[in-house]
Ligand binder design. Structure first.
Ligand SMILES: C[S@@+](CC[C@H](N)C(=O)[O-])C[C@H]1O[C@@H](n2cnc3c(N)ncnc32)[C@H](O)[C@@H]1O
Length: 366
């Protein structure tokens, strides 16, 4: 069995574990998981059957796993599984919990009380919601996902550039318009009925995992259902751990995940921001002889020049300081990115100093 932890207990990677999620989570090694996605019981409190205007019965969530005697019982359960989940997260880990108006406010309070640090609430707006059959309330067209770090200081993963790229170059917002799970994606049982009443769409998990995990990360889903999290994690080259109480759902999930193919390595790489790349101090270019002390640098607009000093600072006519400070002073600007401002000359050609930084970075990646 594969293990990724320092602990003696091996992590059951890419397995679906049978049982109650609190017991199972308590048996797993602490600080071993990068991300948790949880789609817990909604506690819908349905009273009696729901019918359409033509009197046909609505296939609502009336399963035993969604029944709690009172809010108090539901809160106790929520607090217990959140505590078990938080223990499993690595210090920089994070959690997503999805829910509806029935439960998400209670879950939000419990999350904060447990020490999690809320980062965003994301509204999943359903482009094809089920109508309100009785016409007595608004069409319930969204669910809420709370994204929270293990604690306030967690350096959680956020692939900002990748999410922006997914959204045609525009910053990803906290309202996601995606269809509910229908068509070929909706799993059926042998009788041809829905295999699970609350199967989530893969598109939702795709966005969430691309945005908040990296390939190789361990993603745990304590309410696995049909295994949507596992299927998408496998496609995206993440490891998963699923926990599900009901045997019928475990079987559906296992069959589904077995038929999923992982995308190839190249396709899994996502856009990263410059900020995520290793820092290279300008002085290193001087230490390594890529630029000589005394060498002249020229501004990109060719209006200014300054000389490199042995300590990695620049000196101009009436200014000295870092590449950024000198650039800002010469341009009369509050700040300046020296890496994109300064150039040097080689064999008659003007070359941006950033080329040298890229050269050092590529050696770091090798
Ligand atoms: C809302 S559904 C999750 C659906 C899933 N996200 C999907 O896409 O198929 C919640 C699931 O949690 C399971 N469940 C409920 N309470 C549980 C518990 N205490 N331990 C383990 N599983 C539980 C239910 O059987 C149900 O399949």
């Amino acid at each position: 069995m594969m293990t990724k932890t320092k602990s003696a207990v091996a992590l059951p990677l890419n397995e679906i574990i049978a049982g109650d999620c609190i017991d199972v989570m308590n048996s797993l090694p602490a600080e071993s998981v990068d991300l948790i996605f949880a789609d817990p019981p909604y506690n819908l409190q349905l009273r009696g059957d729901l019918h359409r205007p033509d009197n046909s019965k609505v296939d609502a969530v009336d399963d035993a796993w969604d029944q709690f005697d009172s809010f108090k019982v539901y809160d106790k359960f929520t607090r217990a599984w959140l505590k078990a989940a938080r223990r499993l997260l690595k210090p920089n880990g994070a959690i997503w919990v999805i829910g509806s108006y029935h439960n998400i406010f209670r879950v939000g309070t419990a999350l904060q009380d447990a020490g999690f640090w809320i980062l965003n609430d994301v509204v999943w707006r359903k482009s094809n919601p089920m109508p309100n059959f009785r016409g007595k309330r608004f069409t319930n067209a969204h669910e809420t996902m709370i994204w929270a770090g293990k604690d306030e200081s967690s350096k959680y993963t956020f692939n900002y550039e990748a999410l922006k790229a997914l959204n045609d170059g525009i910053q990803m917002r906290s309202d996601w318009v995606l269809p509910i799970c229908t068509g070929h994606e909706r799993l059926k049982n042998e009788e041809g009925d829905k295999a699970h009443p609350t199967q989530k769409p893969e598109g939702l998990l795709h966005r969430l995992l691309v945005g908040s995990t990296n390939p190789g990360d361990v993603v745990l889903d304590p309410f696995f259902g049909t295994g949507t999290t596992g299927a998408v994690a496998k496609m995206l080259g993440r490891e998963f751990i699923g926990i599900e109480r009901e045997e019928a759902y475990r079987k559906v999930a296992a069959k589904r995940i077995a038929s999923v193919r992982k995308f190839d390595r190249e396709a899994l790489a996502v856009s990263t921001s410059k900020r995520a790349e290793p820092r290279v101090p300008f002085g290193q270019l001087v230490e390594r002889g890529m630029l000589r002390p005394g060498e002249q640098l020229y501004s990109m607009n060719n209006r200014h020049k300054a000389k490199v000093r042995a300590d990695g600072t620049l000196i101009g006519d009436d200014v000295k300081g870092s590449i950024h400070q000198v650039g800002a002073h010469l341009e009369g600007a509050p700040s300046c990115n020296g890496w994109t401002y300064w150039c040097f000359k080689r064999e008659g050609k003007t070359v941006p100093i950033d080329v040298l930084r890229q050269q050092i970075r590529s050696e770091m990646h090798d």
